[in-house]
Every structure is written in C-alpha cells, then in structure tokens.
Design a protein around this ligand. Structure first.
Ligand SMILES: [Zn+2]
Ligand SMILES: [Zn+2]
Length: 321
C-alpha cells in the first residue's frame, strides 16, 4: 500500500479475536474480552446509558401494553442521544479538529460536497438519513418489543430470576452482533439488495454521522436483530442496551480516526481500521473482529501490503469470465 493511500495506520496486521486462532490461547481470549469492556469502554458507557434511559426515559411494562405517548418518548430520547454522541464526536474530530489529522486514517478532507449526496453534502446527507430514518426505525423496533413484552408475546425476566443470566445477556449481545451483522451485511452486498446498501457506501471516507447513514430497508434489517427477544427471555433494559449498542457502536466505529489521544496516549479506542478498509475497497471485511467469517470466506484484509495483494488477486480472479 502506498504512503499516500492512508494518512495513518494502526498496529498491523489486524487480528481477529484469538478464540479463532490456532493453537488455542485461552489467556489471550480472556484478555480480548477484558479489554473490550474494562477499565473504560464504549460497551460500559452504553450499559450506563441503557440503565439511565430505563429509569428516566422509558415506559413501564404496564404502559407499554397499549400504544401511547411513550412511543414518542422513546423516539425523542433516542434522537437526543444519537445527536449528542454523533455530533459531539464530529465536532471533536472533524468540526474543530481538536486532534488535528493525527491518527486520522484517510488523508482526504472530511466531510465532502458531491452530487451523490442528499442536499449535495456528505454531512447533511448523513444527518438526514440517521435522524429521519435511523432513529425512527430503531425506536419503532424498540416500541414493538416493549409492546410484545407487555402483552406476553415476548418472554421477560427480572434480576431475581437469575442474576447470572441478567449479566450474561449484556456480555453476549456484542458477540451476537458480530454474528448477525456479518450475515445481513453480506446479504446487502448481493445483487438484489446492494441498491439499498449503496447509500451507506456513498461514504468512501467516514465520520461519526456516517455510521447510521443507511437506507430505510437497511435500517429495518440492521435493527431487526432484536427479533431474538421473541425467543430469549430478557429484561427491557437488555432490549434498550441491545438497540443502543447497535446505534452507538455504529457511530463510534465510524469516526475515521483510531481513537482519542491525550498527552501522547490513546485514551479511548474509537474507530475501526478494519471497517474503514471496507468503506475504501467495498469487497473486503464484511464482518467485525469477534467472529472469523471473513477469514473463513477469504475476504479478510488485515491492513498490510500482503492483505492488499491478496485482495487484488481475488478481485482479478472474480472478474475473469
Ligand atoms: Zn460502515
Ligand atoms: Zn458494505
């Protein structure tokens, strides 16, 4: 890869979760999970936000039994939350460039103007699709499951039933995400569905608002992850966390930077070179790093020159009649 292609690269090669590496490395697996949660991580922040939302900006199960103003409350809470997170990160990294361009992956300026964007501008395009479609469909799914839980169509549980399961659900959701996201994303790259996914790929360079900038059809599929609550017994706070994780994680993995630096040290990992490669080259890295799908199907790009050469070779072979 030439120097001008990337302004910054993280430590390479990118590696998938050690659980899928051979020979087995149990300590590395524990370390991977520990690092993705502690001492401070986006995961933990979202758990906090989910509990706060449950306490102060959600219906009770009794209220949720019938449609009402509580649906608007959920929509408004999600709208305010995503605006604060996405715009806060946008201002820090791109608006005020508080970190300059150090640790920004793509050398091109962000955001850009262009005819392919709604209203001719990347940022406005991203904001409109995130807020009008993204927040509405996210809230719609949340309201549906609240209603289903309240009426006994979806199984529920409380802390006293099983504290172990109550905690385990939080830990399992990010792993489930790595599984679910790969498969719907792969389907979205098929001939039939790519017309919807193309909207997200208007962003060849990305910023926080790009994360949830999707076509409504993609939003329905993306947040459709919560149908699992019809099968698995959960508490409403798990439901809030589940959807919030999908929404906020999309924003924080699309910053376009490796992370937040202060006094010469990375304080918070924000952004994802693995997915940044997907936005640049489209046909690599469909999944995330917790599951080995891309390595299994030969679409993994580890960010190195060898990874680049493998991708070129694969695409060349595909084009041959
Ligand atoms: Zn993306
Ligand atoms: Zn894609």
């Amino acid at each position: 890869m030439s120097r001008t292609e990337w302004n910054h690269k993280p430590d390479l090669p990118i590696r998938v979760m050690p659980l899928w590496q051979w020979p087995p490395k149990p300590l590395a697996v524990l370390r991977w999970y520990w690092d993705s949660w502690f001492p401070i991580s986006i995961h933990l922040v979202i758990v906090g936000l989910a509990f706060a939302s449950y306490a102060w900006a959600s219906p009770t199960l009794e209220q949720a039994a019938r449609p009402g103003w509580w649906i608007a409350e959920i929509w408004l809470r999600n709208l305010v939350l995503i605006t604060l997170v996405a715009h806060g990160l946008h201002l820090v990294f791109h608006g005020h460039q508080m970190q300059g361009t150090e640790h920004k992956y793509d050398p091109r300026p962000f955001p850009r103007a262009g005819r392919m964007f709604t209203f001719g501008h990347q940022l406005r395009d991203n904001m409109v699709w995130t807020l009008a479609s993204g927040v509405t469909i996210w809230s719609g799914w949340e309201a549906l499951i609240w209603w289903a839980m309240a009426n006994g169509y979806a199984p529920t549980m409380v802390w006293a039933d099983s504290p172990v399961w109550f905690i385990a659900v939080f830990l399992l959701i990010p792993i489930w995400e790595s599984f679910y996201f790969y498969w719907i994303h792969r389907a979205l790259h098929s001939r039939v569905l790519y017309r919807f996914h193309a909207l997200h790929h208007r962003n060849t360079d990305i910023g926080p608002w790009s994360g949830l900038s999707m076509h409504p059809v993609e939003h329905v599929m993306y947040f459709g992850t919560v149908i699992i609550h019809f099968v698995v017994p959960t508490h409403p706070v798990h439901l809030i966390f589940h959807l919030m994780f999908y929404a906020i994680y999309a924003v924080t993995t699309h910053t376009g930077f490796e992370g937040f630096w202060a006094s010469g040290r990375k304080r918070l990992h924000l952004g994802n070179f693995h997915h940044q490669l997907h936005h640049r080259y489209f046909e690599v890295n469909y999944g995330t790093l917790d599951m080995p799908w891309d390595t299994a199907f030969g679409t993994f790009h580890d960010g190195t020159d060898e990874g680049q050469a493998m991708m070129r070779q694969r695409l060349k072979e595909r084009r041959r009649p």
